[in-house]
Design a protein around this ligand. Structure first.
Ligand SMILES: C[S@@+](CC[C@H](N)C(=O)[O-])C[C@H]1O[C@@H](n2cnc3c(N)ncnc32)[C@H](O)[C@@H]1O
Length: 289
C-alpha cells in the first residue's frame, strides 16, 4: 500500500469512528511511524510502505479509532516548543495553556531584569510539568515549586524536567493545594491551570478527554470553581509585594472567578482571551489593605 492509499483508507476509518480531523490524525501518526515531518508525506505520496511500517501503524490507527488521544499513542506533545512526554497519568497539555505560560515567563523575565536577579514561582497542579518547565526553561533566573496531588503525575513531571535540564530549579512536591508548602515561603508569581470542569459535565466530554485524561485533573467540584476559591483564599499569604497571580479557567467562568477574587482582596489586572477569542486567562495582584 502507498502513503496516499494508507492516508485515504485510514482517514475514512477514523471518520466513521467519530474522530475529529481524521485526515490530519492519520498524517500525524504516519509521519511519526516514518520519522519524518508531516508535510514531507506530501512529497512521497506514491512511496510503498514496508510490512514492518504497516505493522507498526495498524495498531496505532486502531487505538486512535477507539478514541485514544493521539498524544498517548505517540507518547508526547509539544508545549511552548518543548517536547513533553505524556502518559495517562497526566492531562495532555493544551494550546491555550501556552498563552498562560507566555504571560508568566514574560512577567518573570521582566521581574528578573536587569541583573538576572533570582525570581520564584509556585505552581498549583503541575500535571506533566509543562508549565513549570516552560517557565524555568525560558527564564533562567527562575526557580519554582510545583505541587500536584497525584504521585504518578509528579513522576512524569520530574522526568520531563530532567529531559529539559531544569530539574535543579524546580522542586516538585506532592500535596493538596498549598498544604505542602513551608509557611514562610514567598513567591513572585503564583500560577495555576487547575481542574475546572463541573463534576457532572465530565461524562458529557469527548471520549478522548472523558476516558483518557485523569479525572483528578478535570474535576473542579460541583460548579467547577473549587480551586479558584482555594487560590483566592490561600495564594495571598505566599505572594511577595508586587507579586502576581495568573490562572487559566474554563469557557464561561470569567465573571464568577472575578467575583471570587475581588471578594478575597484581589485586584484584577487583566482577563485575556485564547486564540479563539474566549476569555481564558486572568492576571491579578493583591489589593492594598
Ligand atoms: C488541569 S491539570 C493541569 C496540568 C498542567 N499544569 C497543565 O497545564 O497541563 C490540573 C492538575 O491539578 C492536579 N490536582 C488536582 N487536585 C489537586 C489538589 N487538591 N492539589 C494539588 N494538585 C491537584 C491534578 O492532578 C492535575 O495534574
Amino acid at each position: 500500500m502507498t502513503v496516499i492509499e494508507v492516508i485515504q483508507r485510514s482517514a475514512e476509518f477514523l471518520s466513521k469512528k467519530g474522530v475529529e480531523s481524521p485526515r490530519l490524525q492519520i498524517e500525524l501518526l504516519l509521519a511519526h511511524v516514518l520519522k519524518m515531518p508531516r508535510l514531507n508525506l506530501y512529497l512521497d505520496f506514491n512511496r510503498t510502505l514496508t510490512e514492518p511500517e504497516l505493522g507498526t501503524l495498524r495498531p496505532m490507527v486502531k487505538r486512535r479509532g477507539n478514541r485514544e488521544p493521539l498524544q498517548h499513542i505517540i507518547g508526547s506533545t509539544s508545549f511552548c516548543g518543548l517536547e513533553i512526554h505524556v502518559t495517562s497519568a497526566v492531562l495532555i497539555p493544551r494550546p491555550e495553556t501556552e498563552l498562560l505560560a507566555e504571560r508568566a515567563y514574560t512577567f518573570l523575565t521582566s521581574s528578573a531584569a536587569p541583573a538576572d536577579k533570582p525570581v520564584s514561582f509556585f505552581e498549583l497542579g503541575t500535571g506533566s510539568g509543562c508549565l513549570a518547565i516552560a517557565l524555568a526553561f525560558k527564564c533562567q533566573a527562575a526557580r519554582g515549586h510545583s505541587v500536584d496531588i497525584s504521585k504518578s503525575a509528579l513522576a512524569v513531571a520530574r522526568e520531563n524536567a530532567e529531559r529539559h535540564q531544569v530539574s535543579d530549579r524546580i522542586q516538585f512536591l506532592q500535596g493538596d493545594g498549598f498544604d505542602a508548602l513551608a509557611r514562610d515561603l514567598r513567591f513572585d508569581l503564583i500560577v495555576s491551570n487547575p481542574p475546572y470542569i463541573p463534576t457532572a459535565e465530565i461524562a458529557t466530554l469527548a471520549p478522548e478527554v472523558r476516558d483518557h485524561d485523569p479525572h483528578v485533573a478535570l474535576d473542579g467540584g460541583s460548579d467547577g470553581l473549587k480551586f479558584y476559591h482555594r487560590l483566592a483564599e490561600d495564594a495571598g499569604s505566599f505572594l511577595r509585594p508586587n507579586g502576581k497571580l495568573m490562572m487559566e479557567f474554563g469557557d464561561g467562568q470569567a465573571e464568577e472567578i472575578q467575583s471570587i477574587l475581588t471578594a478575597n482582596r484581589w485586584a484584577i489586572e487583566k482577563v485575556e482571551a485564547d486564540y479563539s477569542g474566549r476569555p481564558r486567562i486572568l492576571i491579578a495582584h493583591r489589593q492594598e489593605s
